[in-house]
Structures are given as structure tokens and as C-alpha cells.
Design a protein around this ligand. Sequence first.
Ligand code: DAH
Length: 345
Amino acid sequence: MATETFEKVKVLIGEVEAAEPGNEEELEQFRIKYLGSKNIIKPFFGAIKEVPNEKKRAYGQLVNRAKVAAEEKYQSLKLIINSNNEEKGMGDLDLSAPAEPIEIGSRHPISIVMNNIVKIFERIGFVVAEEREIEDDWHNFTAMNTPPDHPARDMQDTFYLKDSTERLLRTHTSSVQARVMTNQKPPIRIIAPGRVYRNETISARSHCQFHQVEGLYIDQGISFADMKQTLLYYAREMYGNDTRIRLRPSYFPFTEPSAEMDVYWGLKDETDYRITKGTGWLEILGCGMVDPNVLDNCGIDSEIYTGYAFGMGIERQAMLKYRINDIRLLFENDIRFLRQFASAR
Ligand code: DAH
């Protein structure tokens, strides 16, 4: 009995090894026969109780070999049959058909305007400086001549990091001035584009995040006239050769004297009185001579060096350029809005 059973298992292994299912259907039949829930190997496992003790081990190994052989055969044939099927599928493909169009993204209007501004200043020797958006109080305020109890802090509602009075989201790119001045020796001539944050109610005109470009020029003998000429150059590059500018006295803690610069926009777009409030003049930036306190705070000798700085918002300029009437559109990333700038420069 025992020898007979041994022989049967060997025959079974031979059958498994010789089987050649050639398609999915035959493979499935193979699976049912040798691996299915009522497969023909199973009874041989059951028969182990009839095998004399001293032969049980050898018998068990043999039956197991049959099972492993069936599994291996099944897996390898499955791979072959599947890949054959895939190749056959290729036959239906029309390789000469035009490809699906690949959608190419476009630059965001903010990036376009920001890049334009940066390029204008790069042409006259300014170098890009980029810095962190999570700042500390010192670089954002204190170094910029705005100590903790300074009323000007109210001008910029600040987002502080959770559980911190030290770490905040920078409220302006002026913090980059402090970063650069504490790390570099004059002459310094940088342009710093980037995102800033303020705790403001979101409306058509203002948002809690926006973008600025900061400029800083420190050297010996830099004057207000140098600043004015540079800003006039900027306005003309950006808005056209006959653009007029005016500087109005203003106040910023980090500059003395301080000014705001307007460009003459005219009244041509003045449909609802909102753009220039009926004056024709449009404010685009704040500027001034760097306050000696700021230089000293950052380790630059204010007896030797002077300089000017300016900061401008990007959103306002992008909205003017592209006639966008709601700032929120710039942050929603609606593809229908963004597509309109596909060929913008
Ligand atoms: N940081 C100012 C703001 O966010 C803008 C500014 C004004 C920057 C005057 C300057 C400057 O560098 O000199 O409102």
C-alpha cells in the first residue's frame, strides 16, 4: 500500500511538471485541478495516516514537493500568459495616432510681475536675496528700529507662531534687510522678493498673505538723489518711458527721511473712484534713507555708511497690470483664471 502511494505521488509530480497550459483557460483548469479547494493533491496529504511511521517523514516531503511544484508552475505560467496577453494588446494600439496633448502650466501673474521687477533691478546691479518667511521678532521689528512698545507695530498686525512671542510670520520683506546687513559688509545692493503675512480680514482689496519686493543699497556717500533716480528708472521700465513719479513725505520706523512714491496713472481707469481716488496718482511703494539706528543695530557703522531702502507690494501692481478687480482671485488657483496668463510676460 505504502509503496504504491509513493509511486502515485511521483507520477503526480511528473504530471505537474509536464503540464503546459497555454492560455488563461487552460491555466485556470490547471489551478483548479492542482491548487483548487478540491485539488487532487489533497487526498495524498490525508493518506499520511496510513503510511508506516518510519516512512511518514519521507512521504510528507514528497507530497509537499508535489504541492510546491504545482504552485511554482502556476505562478510562472501566469506571468508568461499575462505578458503574452499584454503584447497582444499592443497590436490594437495605433502607434501613428497623435499623442494626447500634454498640458503645460503657466506662470502665476504674481510671479510674472515679481520676475519683471527683479529683472529691472538686476540690470542695474542689484542682487537677489531670499530669506525665511518664519522670522524672529528681532529681524522683523527690533533691528528695524521698531522696539516692542513702538506704536508702529500696530501698523502691521502680526501672526505669531503658536505659544511664541518671538517667532512670527514676517510682516514685510524688510526683515531681509536685517538678515543681509548682519551677514555682509557694504557695499550691499540687494533686491528681496517674497511672501509676507498680516492678520487682516480678507476682502476684495486685502489678504492675509501677499508679496513684496524689498530693495536696499548701502555704501559710502549714497544720497536721497540716488534713490530718486533709481526709483524713476524703475517706474519707467515698468510702466513706460514717459511715466511720471512723485515722492510724498511719509513715516516708516526704519527710514529717515521716509517717503511714499506715486506714479501718475491718470483718470482713464477711474470708473468707480477706487484706483486713484480721483487724483490720478497711485501709490506703489514706500522708501527712504536707512535710519542710522538700523545700520548700527545690524553692525554697520552709520558714521561711514549711508543707504536707501524701498519696499513695494506686488499684488497691487499685478492687479493694475492685468486689470484684476479682486485680490482673492490671485490666491484661489482657479485654473480658469490662471489659464488667462498662459502667454503673459
Ligand atoms: N516695510 C514697509 C511695509 O511693509 C514698506 C517699506 C517702506 C519698506 C519703506 C522699505 C522702506 O524698505 O524704506 O509697509
